[in-house]
Design a protein around this ligand. Structure first.
Ligand code: UD1
Length: 424
């Protein structure tokens, strides 16, 4: 296995271009299944394990893919199978994104139930509810979701989500664009990744109104075409790099961003005492290293994202005063707390509410986490911890950050990747 070995105390300084977004790549890739018309060309796709898993799923379905220099080409004309097997689905919960497009194009989909998750229950009831509303008959047996469109084609409907869900909104959208008639999605997720999916589907010929809002109106069409498309930047990677500069008292310029996608996060950096400047596609953060305790509450967009909660907590271990961190999206997403405390932080937790008592000097040791963003928070802590921090099980980080160690090295961090064995 790989680990990251970090020697703390170096300032993060320099310029970098943001990577493409993982969380928009996944539904966009899934949406290519909606058309068998030709070859899709997708630019700015990050080179991540989740993308590799998706390509394996596509191979299994009978699609052809090629990936080079962050450009992915996909031909879905020869897709024969509608089965997404457990061996691949278990590696990535986002495989559930295959359900909507397969069902919409072929009238049938058989997708393995995704397994558990490191930070609490992550149900798929809303995905299934949306498909049923659109006229699918769903049965669950032997660990598979078997969905069949009544009469062979989905039918437009009103879908009112009781909870804002990125994944269920994406799936409902992808199913609705080929359904017969009009679909209204209420309480839709308005995250930039869903907006990007809308833009992609519109480029394919879909009729979607209300893009970027919580009410989407879709007039279904008979067929969609292949397109060339450029993905949006990864706002969570960008936020993590800003946090690296903020925690080390450094300064960083990130190019290729859309500042409005990270307004709530930029505001919090500013509240914490960092200087933030933006242009149309650039964000600059300057930190003196003197940080003020700043509370955050993770909620759906445009509020502070749950995917930045762990990184913010690492930052607050170095801030003057007490900060309160609440996660309303995932109530149990706090794996990082015991590990940050092992590095010397003082964080208390009660339910989905954590209190960080800062600043505390951190000192390096071996740490490990069981999910992606929690691991990112440990890397941030390692950047300021005295001595050497070893972040084990880097495969979690590799699911969401492309070459994180190279990117941080280029910005001045002392960080390297090494092999190790967990059995001594
Ligand atoms: C996506 C992101 C993930 C991010 C999350 C919230 C991807 C691949 N992943 O995950 O990084 O942390 O959005 O911004 O884009 N829920 C239900 N029933 C469902 C579906 C969700 O109750 O059927 C609940 C979840 O338990 C959670 C809330 O809805 O409390 C939001 O989850 P959701 O937006 O669906 O997260 P994902 O799409 O899985």
């Amino acid at each position: 296995m790989d680990k990251l070995v970090i020697t703390g105390g170096k300032r993060i300084e320099g310029e970098i271009t943001a990577s493409g977004s993982k969380n928009s790549s996944l539904p966009i890739i899934a949406a290519t299944l909606l058309s068998g018309s030709g070859t899709f060309t997708l630019h700015r796709i990050p080179d991540l394990q989740d993308i590799t898993t998706f390509r394996q799923l596509f191979d299994h379905l009978g699609a052809e893919t090629a990936f080079s220099h962050n450009t992915l080409t996909i031909t879905t004309a020869n897709v024969q199978s509608v089965l997404a097997p457990y061996e691949l689905v278990k590696k990535m919960r986002a495989s559930i994104y295959l359900l909507g497009p397969l069902l919409a194009r072929f009238g049938h989909a058989r997708v393995s139930l995704p397994g558990g998750c490191a930070f609490g229950p992550r149900p798929i009831d809303l995905h299934l509810m949306a498909m049923e509303k659109l006229g699918a008959r769903i049965t669950i047996e032997t660990g598979f979701i078997d969905a069949v469109a009544e009469g062979g084609r989905l039918k437009g409907a009103t879908i009112d989500f009781p909870v804002s869900s990125v994944g269920a909104t994406g799936n409902a959208l992808m199913a609705a664009v080929l359904a017969e008639g009009t679909t209204i999605i209420r309480n839709a997720a308005a995250e930039p990744e869903i907006e990007a999916l809308c833009h992609f589907l519109q480029a394919m010929g879909a009729d979607i109104r209300g893009t970027g809002t919580t009410e989407l109106i879709i007039h279904g069409c008979d067929s969609l075409r292949h397109v060339e498309f450029s993905n949006i930047f990864d706002r969570i990677e960008a936020g993590t790099i800003l946090a690296a500069a903020a925690i080390t008292g450094g300064s960083v310029t990130i190019r290729g961003v859309i500042p409005s996608h990270m307004e709530s996060v930029l505001q919090k950096f500013s509240d914490a005492g960092c200087r933030i400047e933006t242009t149309d596609d650039t964000v600059i953060l300057k930190s003196t290293g003197r940080l003020k305790a700043t509370d955050i509450t993770a909620e759906p967009f445009p509020a502070f994202p749950t995917d930045m909660q762990a990184q913010w907590m690492a930052l607050m271990t170095q801030a003057e005063g007490t900060s309160e961190i609440t996660d309303h999206v995932y109530h149990e997403r706090f794996n990082h707390i015991p590990e940050l405390n092992r590095l010397g932080a003082h964080i208390d937790i009660e339910g989905n509410w954590a209190v960080v008592h800062g600043p505390q000097a951190l000192s390096g040791t071996k740490v490990m986490s069981t999910d992606l963003r929690a691991s990112a928070s440990l890397v941030l802590a390692g950047l300021v911890a005295e001595g050497t921090t070893e972040v084990l099980r880097v495969y979690h980080l590799d699911r969401g950050y492309e070459r994180i160690e190279t990117r941080l090295q280029n910005l001045g961090a002392e960080i390297k990747r090494e092999k190790y064995s967990e059995f001594g």
